[in-house]
Design a protein. Structure first.
Length: 279
């Protein structure tokens, strides 16, 4: 362990001739003012010095300053002839009271210290322990535990996201599917906003496209329909417009047996329909 220079254990003051300033007076003030600020006889700060502090026969005194506080000191002779005044003398204090911007820490161990409103730079190594989520940390010491604590998805793990609400919007675009979720229907069925991006497989009764005023399905929504029967079924429109793609035909359409069609909403009250078996 390297050695360090000891601080002065007792303050001593000399006159202009280099002799002890016997009976000299040391005034202690708050930095930048003439407001008296106490100093103390011991490090425990239990007993305040007189202000001014009166120097002994060796020109000495025990002077302990309040931790982390800046002082102005004025030295005078026993007859109050000013010797000097020095302002903004900062006591070093303990780590708990240091100005974070003025502390350089190299090596060693710091324990039991709360550091706030500080800026750190460089790369931290050999750091152990955790920082609570409430304090801006992850509450964990491993990446996997941090993801769990933060309820975050693992990188590249497709199974972490299992569902999205129908109204979910990400970057103004709705997430699509690699496969179409299927709705199986065995009676007449009216499409809904929640059906966007899905396949409606129906055996009988036909499909109804709702009026925008009844269910404002978002523009751009696409729904696939499979006629899972050996008979034709009707895809009907109520008060809005259904256009057969590539033709001038409008109105309700017929979907042949085992036919597949896609209805696409192109504006608030207009849909198109295309597919195999649409007439």
């Amino acid at each position: 362990m390297p050695a360090v220079l000891t601080p002065s254990p007792k303050m001593q003051f000399l006159d202009a001739n280099g002799s002890p300033l016997v009976g000299g007076k040391l005034y202690t003030y708050t930095a930048g003012t003439t407001t008296p600020l106490a100093s103390y006889t011991t490090a425990a700060a239990g007993t305040a010095n007189t202000n001014p502090v009166i120097l002994d026969s060796r020109g000495e005194a025990n002077v302990w300053l309040t931790s982390g506080t800046s002082y102005k000191l004025k030295l005078a002779s026993s007859t109050d002839v000013e010797q000097w005044t020095v302002d903004n003398i900062a006591s070093t204090g303990t780590m708990a009271t240091q100005n974070a911007g003025a502390v350089a820490i190299t090596g060693g161990t710091i324990a039991g210290v709360a550091i706030t409103s500080s800026t750190f730079s460089g790369t931290a190594t050999n750091v152990t322990g955790t920082v609570a989520i409430a304090n801006g940390g992850t509450g964990a010491i491993t990446a996997a535990a941090a993801r769990t604590a933060l309820s975050a998805a693992a990188s590249g793990a497709n199974t972490d996201i299992t569902s999205l609400a129908a109204a979910t919007t990400i970057n103004s675009e709705t997430i699509g599917y690699r496969d179409l979720p299927t709705l199986t229907k065995t009676a007449s069925y009216t499409l809904a906003s929640a059906d966007a991006g899905k396949l409606v497989s129906i055996t009988t009764g036909g499909v109804v496209i709702p009026a925008n005023g009844t269910d404002p399905v978002p523009t751009g929504a696409a729904i696939s329909i499979y006629n899972n029967s050996a008979s034709s079924q009707t895809i009907s429109i109520t008060t809005d417009t259904l256009r057969q793609a590539g033709t001038a035909n409008t109105g309700s359409r017929t979907l042949a047996l085992y036919g597949v069609a896609t209805v696409l909403k192109v504006s608030s009250t207009v849909w198109t329909i295309s597919g195999a078996g649409v007439t």
